[in-house]
Design a protein around this ligand. Structure first.
Ligand code: SF4
Length: 98
């Protein structure tokens, strides 16, 4: 933005929830034991918000404001943003979560 920010800009940021993908679309899976070595807590897109004390993801949003589980993973797990080792493995099987 190359102009002074206005209140509408502020309101857009604090009120707008950016569109994200669903757990179903991304094959988000919460495994009882995740021994794959790939967990959300190790993913580039995982964020632990101090203010909300909630774990969120830049890519996936769970319904009902459920947080992203540390031990879960989805097909877009990545540490670099360029390599996606689970993309093919989790591409078909989907655990529905509504
Ligand atoms: S593995 Fe998927 S759900 Fe978990 S933090 Fe990464 S992008 Fe988000």
């Amino acid at each position: 933005m190359s102009r002074p920010a206005e209140m509408s800009d502020y309101n857009r940021i604090v009120s707008d929830h950016p569109a994200k993908l669903t757990p179903t679309e991304t094959s988000y899976v919460i495994a009882r034991e995740n021994n794959t070595g790939y967990t959300c807590s190790e993913c580039l897109h995982f964020y632990k918000g101090n203010a909300a004390r909630n774990q969120v993801c830049e890519i996936v949003r769970r319904p009902n404001q459920l947080q992203i589980e540390s031990r879960a993973a989805c097909k877009f797990w990545t540490r670099t943003g360029t390599r996606f080792p689970l993309y093919d493995r989790l591409g078909v099987e989907v655990k529905n979560e509504k």
